[in-house]
Design a protein around this ligand. Sequence first.
Ligand SMILES: [Ca+2]
Length: 348
Amino acid sequence: MLMRLIAIGVALGLSGCSVTQNNAQADTQAAANASQEAPTLTPYYQLPAVRSFVERMVNEHDYDRNVLVSVFSSTYKREQVITKSDNQPEVITPYYAYRERFLDQARVSQGARFAKRNQKWLAQAEQQFGVDRHVIVALLGVETAYGNITGNRDVFTSLTTLAFDYPRRGQYFQSELEAYLLLARKEGWEIGTTNGSYSGALGMVQFMPSNYLKLAIDFDKDGHIDLWGSEADAIGSIANYMKHHGWRYGERVAIPARVADRDKVDDLVNKGRSPLHSMQEWAQKGVWVTTDYSAQTAGLIGLREQEEQPTYWLAFENFFTIMDYNPSRRYAMSVWELANRIAQYEDS
Ligand SMILES: [Ca+2]
């Protein structure tokens, strides 16, 4: 750690030399900018909030204090994690742009290949958990391109930064950090060597640590829950997650809908996280599905497939269960579309 501090000190010294203005005010401003941009020199263990967190881990979970003091003493704020958390693509990208990332031909054919080589596990997951195989595959496809992009940031630093330097969701990330540390102890990971997304999501399925702890399973029964190396464990864990959130086997997710008067349904579009009305009630409001489907309750989804105006769907319970994986309608629709395309590709 001393070496690391010296290295940072040298780097700061060099950048200090490049400030050549004579104007004192400019110098002060430059120094202020430099200190904003430089990595913070305060290791997390010096923050009182981190010290109380450590105490809590020791008292509540009998966690090894020396381990925690050591890792928090050599961990520093990762600024990029906060910038990225404020600009998530789900929040700012319209559907027509969003879906292009997940519905290209390569992702469809890779999905079919993934399904073929995991036929046995997918069949077992369908039987044991009642979750449709193409949805399992599509979730893996959208999350990580079937395990190809699982994130290359050490999760401990990301979670620590979000837990103590991102007040908007600090409480949430402190509990995820707690779950990560418990997982690390349980699975024998060296803290700081587990890579994931900038927000701390792990493995092929991108579970947050609390879900990894609660819902991930050892589906291939080799004694470890390995969501990076075992496609079987990833399949079983997703199926278990979807079952836990109420997936209904064989039921539709969403059906394209026709809307008679857009203004009339304006305040009902993309409302809530569960079905709003029965099909009959929707018909009375001038909303019909374009294919015959037996009565259920549904929610009305409107997403822009083109720039000008939204396309509508009536969405059923299963759509909202996909939203329990990621609370974005664009996400849920992409997963559903990818699942359908993979199924069509297999039939062709
Ligand atoms: Ca396993």
